[in-house]
Design a protein around this ligand. Structure first.
Ligand code: PEP
Ligand code: MG
Length: 860
C-alpha cells in the first residue's frame, strides 16, 4: 500500500485534515506522517523534517511509493528540497491536490490498494464534485492572464550556454526583459523536471536549477507570446549577455549534442554568440560581502570582557588619521518569533505592508548600485543589481502576503519563511547557483528590517564620509569598505594581524581597535588616529591638525635598495585583480592571497573561474614576478568548500597546506588554474604553500607543483618548526617567504586575532626575530631567496632589521611602499646587519625597538 506525507505550515491544520479524512476509511488505512509546523510549535515547514517523514513512510510503503501533499508557498519548496535530501529510493510524487478533499480521496483510494499514480489522480480530481456542485466548471470568469493562457501557445527549446548556469544575473535579465511582454512564459528544465510557471519572476527562474548544457523548454501564451519567445531565444543565444570568448566552444559542443535552440518558425539570431563579455557576477569578488546574514538571536548576556571600557587604550590597526561622524553598523537581523499569530482583523493591513517593504529594499539597492560607478566595483554593483531585481519580484511579496492572510503569520515571519525557503532551495542546487543563497538571505534581512522600521543590515548606505563603528567586522564586509565613503574604522575587538586589519590597511582606511567603541553614538564626531591607536570624540582643531600632519616622504621609485645600493625587492601583497591594479608601483607581487578571492564561496570555483581570477592579477604585472599562494583555508579564513570537521583549536588544526591531504583535488585544480593563467599571461609565476611544518610537506608540495613548470616553487615559513628546520625545508624548494603574522602567533602561543594579546604577537618580539634570523642564515648559505610577506614587512622601522637578519625581499600593502623604501634608502647594508643583531639580541619588543634605534644612531 502506498504511504502519504502531509506537508503543512500548521500542525493543527494537518492533523485536522487527517482526522477528517480518517473518518472516511474503514479497515486498513495507509501509513500517514505529518511534517507540519516548526519544532517549537510555530508555523513553518522544514525540508529536513519532510525528508525524514518521506523516509519513515517509505520504510513501510516500499516500492508502492509515497504521495506527498503540500499546503502552500514554501511548503512546496520544502517538499521539493526534501526530495533531494531523503535517503530512501522509494518512488515519491508531489501532488498539487487540495489538502482536505485530496487527502480524503487519497486515503480511500490507497486503502483500496490503488497504485501511486492512481491515488494521485484521484486526489487531483477530488475538487470536481465540489466544482460541479457550485457550477464552476462552466465558463469561469477570465482574467487578463487567463485569456493569455487561452491564446494559442508557442514553444521554444534552448540550451543554456552560461558556464555558471541560470544564476542571479541572467535570471534577472530574463525576468526584466520578459516582464515587458503581454505574455506568460513558462519554463521547464528537461534535466531536472523543475518548472517555473512565470519567467517574469526571478525567484521562480532561480528554482529551475538550470546548469550549463541543460535543455530548457519554454512555452508561452498571450498576445505577445511569439515576440517574448523570440526575445528569450536571442537572450539565450547570447548567454544572457555574459559569455566570455572561450565559452563558444562549450556551447557549440552542447549544440552538437542536439541542444541547439529552436523556435517554431521564427528562427533565432545567435550571431552574437561568443562575444567578449564581462565575467559572470559569481566569478570574481566575494559577494556575500554585501550579504548581511541573518543570525539567530544571542542566547545569553554579553560576556563581561565584551562590555565597553571607554578609558581602555586603543590598538593601532591601520595607520593614518581621519575625522568624521560616527555611523554604527546596524545589528544583524534576528529571526522573527514563530509564536505570534495575527487575528483575522489584522491580517489584511499586515499583508499589505509586505509589497512596500520589498519595494523600499529594491529602491535602496538600486540607488546604492548606481553610486558604484567605479569599474573596480563592477562585481559588487552586479550583485546589488541582481538582488534589487529579486526584491522587485512581485511573486515573493505575494507569497509572503498569502502566509499572512491565510495563516496569520506576521509579515516579518512570512518574509523570513518565504525567502528562507528560497535560499535553501537555491543552496541545495549546488554549484555557482548555491552562491546566490547568500543574496537571498541578504534580501531577507533587509526586508525584515524595513518591516520593523529599522535600518537595513550590512555596510551603511551613505553618500557622505563617515567613521564606521562596529563590534567586529567580518573579512567579507571589510573587503567592501572601499565601495563606501568610510574614512575610518573603529572596532570593539580585533588585532593588528587579523585579516580584517590586513584588508583595512590595504584600503588605506585608518583603523583602531578600541573596547570603548560601544560608547560611541551615531552622529558623534570622532578623530580616529590609526597610527597611535587613539579615538577622540569632538577633537579640537589643533588635535586634528596634529594627527593629520604627515612627514613628506618621497614616492617609491620602483626599486628597493639600501643607501649603498644593496637591492631589497619591495613587493606588494594583493588579494585579487582589483587591488593588483593599484599595486603596480611595486616590483612585483610577493603574496597573492588566493583565498581572499573566494572567501564567501560555498562550492569550489571551477578551474575556468579560478583561471580568470588569477589572470587578472598576472595581467597587472606583465613579465614581473607574482608569488601566488595556494589556498590558505581554515582558522580565521574559513572556506566552506574545504571545511574540515569542527575542531577545538582551528589555528592548530587542519588549515593551510594541511587541507590538501583532505582535499587533494582542490590543490590539484588550483595548481592547474594557476598554470593556465600563467601561460595565458606569460607571467613570471611563483607558487608557494601556506602553513608548512616539515621538510616532508615542502617536498610533497614541490612534487605536486613541478609538473606544471612554474618559474619557482616555494613555501611559507609560518611555524617555528619550519623556521628551525629551514635548511632542510630550503633543500626541497627554490625560495621561502616568512609569514610573520602566523610565525608570531605560533612562536608566542598567542592568538593573532586577540586584541589583549597584541603585545605578544608583535613581530619585534626577540623570539620571532631570532626565528627569522635562522631562516635568513639558511637562505644565505644556499643562495635562495628569503622574503617576508607578513605585516612586519610594512613596518619601516623593522625593514633594516629584517634585511640585517638575511631577508632578501619585503612584501607589503602597497601603501607602505614609500615609507619602507625611504627607511631602507637611509641605511647601509652594514647598518642593517648591526640593527638586526641589536634587535634580535634584546630581551623584549620595546628593548628591541630601542636597541635598533640606538644601533642606527651609533653607526650613522
Ligand atoms: C602571515 O601569516 O604572516 C601571512 C602573510 O599569511 P596570512 O596573514 O594570510 O595568514
Ligand atoms: Mg599566515
Amino acid at each position: 500500500m502506498i504511504g502519504i506525507v502531509v506537508v503543512s505550515h500548521s500542525a493543527a491544520l494537518a492533523s485536522a485534515a487527517l482526522e477528517l479524512a480518517g473518518q472516511m476509511v474503514h479497515g486498513d488505512a495507509p501509513h500517514v506522517v505529518l511534517a507540519a509546523g516548526t519544532e517549537d510549535g510555530g508555523l513553518g515547514t522544514d525540508a529536513a523534517r519532510v525528508a525524514a517523514a518521506i523516509d519513515e513512510v517509505a520504510e513501510s510503503a516500499g516500492a508502492d511509493g509515497v504521495l506527498v501533499f503540500v499546503d502552500l508557498g514554501s511548503a512546496v519548496i520544502s517538499a521539493e528540497l526534501a526530495l533531494e535530501l531523503r535517503m530512501s529510493d522509494a518512488p515519491v510524487r508531489l501532488t498539487s491536490a487540495p489538502l482536505v478533499e485530496g487527502l480524503v480521496a487519497a486515503l480511500v483510494a490507497a486503502a483500496g490498494g490503488a497504485s501511486l499514480d492512481a491515488v494521485a489522480a484521484e486526489a487531483e480530481a477530488s475538487l470536481a464534485p465540489k466544482q460541479a456542485h457550485i457550477g464552476e466548471e462552466s465558463a469561469p470568469e477570465t482574467s487578463p492572464s487567463d485569456s493569455a493562457a487561452a491564446a494559442p501557445s508557442h514553444t521554444l527549446t534552448f540550451t543554456l550556454r552560461n558556464p555558471a548556469g541560470l544564476h542571479a544575473r541572467p535570471a534577472a535579465t530574463v525576468a526584466a526583459e520578459l516582464g515587458a511582454f503581454d505574455a506568460t512564459v513558462r519554463l521547464r528544465n528537461r534535466r531536472t523536471g523543475a518548472e517555473a510557471s512565470n519567467a517574469a519572476s526571478m525567484s521562480a527562474l532561480l528554482t529551475l536549477g538550470a546548469r550549463q548544457g541543460d535543455e530548457v523548454e519554454a512555452n508561452a501564451s498571450g498576445t505577445d507570446a511569439a515576440a517574448a519567445l523570440a526575445r528569450l531565444e536571442a537572450l539565450a543565444a547570447d548567454g544572457f549577455g555574459e559569455l566570455e570568448e572561450g565559452d563558444t566552444e562549450v556551447s557549440a559542443a552542447a549544440s552538437a549534442a542536439g541542444g541547439s535552440s529552436q523556435l517554431g518558425s521564427a528562427g533565432g539570431d545567435s550571431s552574437q554568440a561568443g562575444r567578449a563579455r564581462p565575467a559572470p557576477v559569481d566569478s570574481a569578488k566575494p559577494n556575500g560581502d554585501l550579504a548581511a546574514d541573518v543570525v539567530p538571536a544571542p542566547d545569553g548576556p554579553l560576556p563581561a570582557d565584551a562590555v565597553a571600557a571607554a578609558d581602555a587604550p586603543g590598538i593601532p590597526i591601520s595607520p593614518g588619521a581621519a575625522v568624521g561622524p560616527v555611523v554604527r553598523m546596524p545589528d544583524p537581523v534576528v529571526e522573527p518569533p514563530a509564536e505570534t499569530t495575527l487575528a483575522e482583523s489584522e491580517r489584511a493591513a499586515a499583508a499589505a505592508s509586505l509589497a512596500p517593504a520589498f519595494a523600499q529594499v529594491h529602491d535602496s539597492l538600486t540607488h546604492r548600485a548606481r553610486r558604484l560607478t567605479d569599474e573596480r566595483f563592477r562585481d559588487a554593483r552586479a550583485v546589488l543589481e541582481a538582488t534589487a531585481v529579486l526584491a522587485d519580484d512581485k511573486a515573493l511579496a505575494a507569497e509572503a502576503a498569502e502566509l499572512v492572510t491565510r495563516l496569520g503569520a506576521t509579515p516579518e515571519r512570512a518574509a523570513w519563511l518565504v525567502l528562507g525557503a528560497l535560499a535553501e532551495l537555491i543552496a541545495g542546487q549546488g554549484g555557482a547557483m548555491a552562491e546566490r543563497a547568500a543574496d537571498v538571505r541578504d534580501l531577507r534581512g533587509r526586508v525584515i528590517a524595513r518591516l520593523r522600521g529599522e535600518t537595513e543590515p550590512g555596510l551603511p548606505d551613505r553618500g557622505d564620509p563617515f567613521v564606521l563603528v562596529v563590534d567586529e567586522l567580518a573579512p567579507a564586509d571589510a573587503a567592501l569598505l572601499g565601495t563606501t565613503p568610510c574614512v575610518a574604522l573603529v572596532t570593539a575587538s580585533g588585532a593588528p594581524t587579523s585579516h580584517t586589519a590586513i584588508l583595512a590597511r590595504s584600503l588605506g582606511v585608518p583603523a583602531v581597535v578600541w573596547p570603548g567603541a560601544r560608547t560611541l553614538r551615531d552622529g558623534d564626531t570622532v578623530l580616529v588616529d590609526g597610527t597611535r591607536g587613539e579615538v577622540e570624540v569632538d577633537p579640537s582643531a589643533d588635535r586634528v591638525a596634529e594627527a593629520s600632519a604627515r612627514p613628506e616622504i618621497p614616492p617609491f621609485d620602483g626599486t628597493g635598495r639600501t643607501a649603498d645600493g644593496h637591492h631589497v625587492e619591495l613587493l606588494a601583497n594583493v588579494s585579487g585583480g582589483a587591488d593588483a591594479a593599484d599595486a603596480t608601483r611595486a616590483e612585483g607581487v610577493g603574496l597573492f592571497r588566493t583565498e581572499f578571492v573566494f572567501l564567501d564561496r560555498q562550492e569550489e570555483p571551477s578551474v575556468a573561474e579560478q583561471t580568470a581570477a588569477y589572470r587578472a592579477v598576472f595581467a597587472a604585472f606583465p613579465g614581473r614576478r607574482v608569488v601566488v599562494r595556494t589556498l590558505d583555508a581554515g582558522s580565521d579564513k574559513p572556506l566552506a568548500f574545504v571545511a574540515g570537521s569542527r575542531e577545538q583549536n582551528p589555528a592548530l588544526g587542519v588549515r593551510g597546506f594541511r587541507t590538501a591531504r583532505a582535499y587533494p583535488g582542490v590543490l590539484a585544480r588550483q595548481l592547474e588554474a594557476i598554470a593556465a593563467a600563467a601561460r595565458a599571461e606569460r607571467a613570471d609565476a611563483w607558487v608557494m604553500a601556506p602553513m608548512i611544518s616539515t621538510a616532508a610537506e615542502a617536498r610533497e608540495f614541490a612534487a605536486a607543483c613541478r609538473p606544471h613548470g612554474f618559474a619557482r616553487v616555494g613555501v611559507m615559513i609560518e611555524t617555528p618548526s619550519a623556521a628551525l628546520c629551514a635548511p632542510e625545508v630550503l633543500a626541497e624548494v627554490d625560495f621561502v617567504s616568512i609569514g610573520t603574522n602566523d610565525l608570531a602567533q605560533y612562536a608566542m602561543a598567542a592568538d593573532r586575532q586577540s586584541g589583549p594579546l597584541a603585545a605578544l604577537t608583535d613581530a619585534w618580539q626577540p623570539a620571532v626575530l631570532r626565528l627569522i634570523r635562522l631562516v635568513g642564515e639558511a637562505g644565505a648559505r644556499v643562495g635562495k631567496p628569503v622574503g617576508v610577506c607578513g605585516e612586519a614587512a610594512a613596518d619601516p622601522a623593522l625593514a633594516p632589521v629584517l634585511v640585517g637578519l638575511g631577508v632578501t625581499s619585503l612584501s607589503m600593502a602597497p601603501r607602505a611602499l614609500d615609507e619602507v623604501a625611504a627607511a631602507l634608502g637611509a641605511v647601509s647594508r652594514e647598518q642593517c646587519v648591526a640593527v638586526g643583531a641589536a634587535a634580535a639580541g634584546a630581551v623584549g619588543p620595546r628593548e628591541a625597538r630601542a636597541a635598533a634605534a640606538g644601533a642606527l644612531a651609533s653607526t650613522a
